[in-house]
Design a protein around this ligand. Structure first.
Ligand code: B12
Length: 496
């Protein structure tokens, strides 16, 4: 620890995929409250050499990384280089480290890992740094102390979410006129937590980590707190929409949703989007949210095979509930989209994907978004895939330098080896098949060809059009097309 008073902290995220990152933005707000000078970097926007040069100029006391799985690879190598040139404390947090905290033992350049919710631990850490006190005993932190590593207990989830400061919206989102660099949408979370145990999702494991200490998994902010934040964002920026990114808005109690709708309509009244769980659908709630301004909604279908949905994926949702959800959304003319996963660990993954396409067609989904299963480390589906021979080399952390993606190709092994290529191809056309079912016979022929970049571009084009351009009525311009294309190329360079 340095002798002079601690002043400067650099936050680094790898990429933001065009969307805000509430976790690190909340931590930025905390650092500012604790009077630190804050710098924020998005690593994929700047060359590594330039970034290192700029950080050397800043000479920070702390560098904080917020990390999702796969981003850890880039950020490890960056931190390693920084460590060889500068003297600072590195602290890593986010979903990747919540599930893989043991990485501190194999990566000497990591000084601290934060497991789970970071607000309290991070504030305590900053306070210790300011006061030159020992931070090695802070709950939720795993701290390197010389040659030893100190693992502190994970304490309860934050019960009263109103104690969390508003995310700092200025770091990388607004210019001096309040214009949003990322377009016209701002994201907000009303509640946290999901009690369901879908095997591909982080919540199953997350709730296990917290089970012993927390009495409530699903928590929500007061309506007043949410509305105050939205009013603040609206008054400080030029946004036109809010996107509520809670895992499922209908996990919130019905009375709460009614109160929220009443206040939103009165005080905010700009269109918003939200996502739902189909087994909890209630038409009254959708109607109320629609009247309050909900113009877009999405809901996970994931697979059209009800048996697979409830055995392998542990969804606890029926096809009938899914069809009913989209029927209600369509009844109120709410633009909707579904989320789907193909490449599931089943004997006939291509047949399974076609069942999912069929269910989307039956449910009359507006836009069906498909991703390829990536069994994230420590999720139950990863264990299932390893045990059943779909990931014969062990978990995806054993993939070395390969950085797979939910948008490119499957990493699973299937009984019929040709299915890997078929799936990779089919993924690029699933959304099109739902929108234009007459094309399905042609798609069945196309998936027999070798996977190629052209199919990949078709996928991204379709995705961009139906997910962003059409619903938000974005005007197409040459510069937008150019930027979009550049983004796709840069993504594929990192993930292909
Ligand atoms: C909004 C969202 C997105 C957005 C924005 C990205 C983002 N991370 O904010 C978008 C749409 C871009 C996105 C994309 C994807 N996402 Co996403 N996303 C979410 C979602 C729904 C909310 C994130 C959020 O704002 N959470 C609230 C904040 C407060 O929590 P937080 O970010 O975890 O931060 C807290 C702690 O982690 C910790 N912390 C975080 N950083 C740091 C740093 C330090 C120094 C410290 C001390 C603490 C700390 O403190 C924070 C405050 O408590 C989460 C699910 C969820 N409920 O969290 C999934 C989630 C983060 N996404 C996930 C995934 C898998 C993806 C995708 C791969 C999915 C896909 N199908 O395409 C993609 C692409 C990302 C990639 N790596 O390629 C997984 C991550 C799993 C993992 N092991 O990394 C999650 C957990 C969902 C899940 N069900 O499993 N996502």
């Amino acid at each position: 620890m340095r002798e002079d008073s601690v002043q400067k902290i650099v936050f680094i995220v790898d990429s933001i995929y065009g969307i805000e990152r509430l976790g690190p933005q909340i931590l930025v707000a905390i650092a500012k409250e604790e009077n630190f000078i804050v710098y924020f970097y998005q690593a994929d926007l700047i060359s590594e050499n330039k970034l290192i040069w700029q950080i050397k100029e800043i000479n920070p006391d702390i560098i904080a990384y917020s990390v999702m799985t796969f981003e850890h690879k880039t950020l490890h190598s960056l931190n390693k280089r920084l460590k060889s040139e500068l003297d600072f404390i590195s602290i890593f947090g986010g979903p990747h480290y919540t599930f893989n905290p043991e990485e501190i033992y194999t990566h000497q350049h990591i000084d601290i890992i934060c497991v789970g919710e970071g607000e309290r631990a991070f504030r305590s850490f900053l306070q210790c740094m300011k006061d030159h006190e020992d931070y090695s005993k802070i709950s939720n932190l795993i701290v390197r102390c010389g040659n030893l590593v100190k693992e502190n207990p994970i304490v309860s989830l934050i019960d009263d979410l109103d104690e969390v400061p508003f995310a700092d919206r200025k770091v990388f989102l607004m210019d001096e006129k309040g214009r949003h660099h990322l377009g016209r949408t701002s994201i907000v979370m009303i509640g946290r937590g999901c009690p369901f145990k879908c095997t591909y999702c982080f919540n199953a494991k997350y709730n296990e980590i917290y089970r012993e200490n927390s009495h409530r998994i699903v928590r929500w902010r007061s309506v007043g707190n949410v509305i105050t934040e939205m009013k603040k964002i609206k008054s400080e920026s030029t946004i036109d929409y809010f996107s509520v990114v809670d895992d499922a808005i209908n996990l919130l109690p019905k009375d709460y949703i009614y109160e929220f709708c009443g206040q939103y309509k009165k005080e905010i009244s700009i269109p918003f989007s939200a996502q739902f769980r189909a087994n909890l659908i209630d038409e009254d709630i959708i109607k109320a949210l629609h009247e309050a301004g909900m113009q877009w909604a999405n809901c996970g279908i994931e697979t059209g095979d009800e048996f697979v949905a409830n055995s392998i994926l542990k969804r606890r949702i029926t096809n009938e509930q899914l069809v009913n959800t989209f029927r209600i959304l369509n009844k109120y003319s709410i633009k909707n989209f579904s989320q789907n996963i193909i490449g599931l660990p089943v004997e006939d993954p291509v047949g399974n994907a076609f069942k999912t396409i069929a269910l989307n067609i039956k449910a009359k989904v507006g836009y069906a978004h498909f991703t390829i299963l990536l069994p994230f480390p420590k999720t139950p589906i990863e264990k299932y895939c390893i045990e059943h021979g779909y990931l014969p080399y062990g978990g995806i952390k054993q993939l070395g330098d390969i950085t797979p993606s939910v948008f490119t190709k499957t990493i699973l092994k299937f009984p019929r080896s040709k299915d890997r290529e078929r799936l990779t191809n089919l993924h690029k056309f699933c959304g099109i098949a739902v929108r234009f079912p007459l094309l399905i016979p042609m798609i069945k022929l196309l998936i027999e060809l070798p996977p190629n970049r052209f199919f990949q571009y078709v996928y991204f084009l379709f995705y961009a059009y139906y997910r962003s351009i059409a619903p938000y009525k974005i005007k197409l311009s040459p510069s937008l097309i150019f930027r979009g294309f550049k983004q796709v190329l840069s993504y594929l360079r990192r993930h292909d």
